[in-house]
Design a protein around this ligand. Structure first.
Ligand SMILES: [Zn+2]
Length: 157
């Protein structure tokens, strides 16, 4: 049997290692290798999907962490023992979600981090005054009332 190779276009991105300084500069609240990022909070699959489905489609960065135990008084999660292995999926709006391998339950635990954006739509006039690009009718510009992040998208409606 002769196999022929199919030629298809596959969209993929190759991971590239960046320096810790560049990483911290881009994501100043990301924490250290053993410290949870700012805004760390428990989540579930539904919450993560709701959080990202209408905004950003895929993460811009990935990081692996071993988070040490934290106590509530330190502003973190009260992990039971040792360190916790987490995969962090980080988005350009400086938020993200983490997946923790929970060996006790043989399931994943999920977390969100960064700002829990509270968006308010800006008018075309408001954008013009602030020198923010606005393309008109189907274009939407939202600003987070918590952190000031600007979200822009075309709804095509
Ligand atoms: Zn925000």
């Amino acid at each position: 049997m002769v196999r022929t190779r199919r030629t298809t276009t596959i969209m993929a991105q190759k991971l590239q290692i960046i320096t810790n300084d560049d990483f911290i500069e881009e994501f100043p609240d990301i924490g250290t290798y053993n410290q949870a990022p700012a805004g760390w909070r428990k989540a579930n699959e539904k919450k993560i999907i709701e959080n990202y489905q209408s905004r950003i489609y895929y993460p811009s960065h990935f990081a692996y962490r071993q988070l040490f135990q934290y106590h509530k008084k330190d502003g973190g999660e009260n992990f039971k023992d040792g360190y916790v292995e987490c995969a962090l999926y980080i988005f350009s709006d400086k938020t993200g979600y983490a997946v923790k391998l929970n060996y006790a339950t043989n399931k994943f635990d999920y977390y969100l981090f960064g700002c829990d954006h509270k968006y308010k739509e800006l008018s075309q006039e408001g954008c013009r005054k602030r020198n923010i690009t606005h393309y008109g009718k189907c274009y939407h510009v939202n600003e987070c009332m918590e952190c000031g992040h600007i979200q822009q998208y075309d709804s095509s409606d």
